[in-house]
Design a protein around this ligand. Sequence first.
Ligand code: ADP
Ligand code: ASP
Ligand code: MG
Length: 418
Amino acid sequence: MGLKKVNKSLVVQKYGGSSVADQEAIEKVAEKVISSARSGQKVVVVVSAMGKSTDELIKLAKEINPEPSEREMDMLVSTGEQVSSSLLAMAIHKRGFDALSFTGPQVGIITDTYHTQAKILKIETDRIKKQLEKGKIIIVAGFQGVSTALEITTLGRGGSDLSAVALAVSLNAQLCEIYTDVEGIYTTDPRKVKSARKLPFIAFDEMLELASSGAQVMHTRAIEVAKKFNLKLHVRSSFSKKEGTIIMEKPPLIEEVIVRGVTLAEDEAKVTLCDVPDRPGIAAFVFDQLAQSGINIDMIVQNVSRRKMTDISFTVDENKLKKTISKTKEISENIGAGRVISNKNIAKISVVGIGMRSHSGVAARCFSVLAKNKINIDMISTSEISISCLVKKESGKKALRILHKEFKLDKKKKRGKR
Ligand code: ADP
Ligand code: ASP
Ligand code: MG
């Protein structure tokens, strides 16, 4: 056994769940990895858990205990990636190449202590470097690390992207390739809109907005880290050799793009705290208390005050709704506010593009095309390069298609033969 030692450059490749879903898929990944190693590259591979196995582990946990402790959840779900990484190593060995699989803790991925949502603090790369020098292919179980309190932690759903990017940065990799089940980043989720178009390039800022607005294709914090260290990412399919999408600081200006993409998030819920005393410091108190409980807020709207009382509405991840309601009730009692109501029947639609910095009128175009189609907007939030509107859940998909078309993102139709 032995890896040819040309080792011109180092590449980090990440394979998502569907890319390692079963034996056949794992064998294909092994071939791909070996072909990179054969071309003389040092290869570090990051894998996700097989197929939907993380979802299955979470389901199983909740059947045993509807409110499992976050520490035990990390103990449980981190095993998914351990399975796929060791199986991939075996598939590579079978082909006569040398590979070693590691868990996140084994390769020194050190995180803070926030179970299920931990942040990477540093990576001690000595062990990987030593093994790379020996010509081994390194396989790292994604999505996990070890906390400063020596506990196993996970990085949040989809966190293997972050493991890959953080490793690529720490090891000074030339390239970080994200292999997934679509051919790259599209103008919108190609599974929801058939006419979605693959983008050759996208800017970090745009990808960051798309990811944080619900495009699950890349983990938000992975993009943050890539942007911070200006690491180019290549998102591409594990099932084809086609070029995918390059995520980079400044994409070449092939055409002037105002809107780069549209997303639909259907997993948020709205919470309204009624009759809040309208005086300075109250909003700060409410959101500080929520933040301290680990609840991330997305959109916020405060109504016009009537008789020194106002309503504050905000949106959160649907799976944090129960926790949010009980915390908000506690806050309400504390500040002498009124009822807490919630609504799961919502969807958020976001339009993203750095071209918006220099073009006005995008918001007006969004609102008017939604109005023309009788879609009512419940909440609005904007940033320099994005506009998000909250609509009823049943209008979400229609709104997505309408906005995709309005901003000319649809794939050009192939002309029929003459
Ligand atoms: P992996 O398991 O490889 O990490 P994910 O399921 O996390 O893959 O992400 C890939 C999925 O992201 C695609 O199957 C697609 O449905 C979805 N997706 C959402 N928005 C986009 C987009 N703008 N471009 C490409 N894929 C998208
Ligand atoms: N297996 C984890 C998840 O399903 C991490 C990942 O796939 O990136 O969220
Ligand atoms: Mg993913």
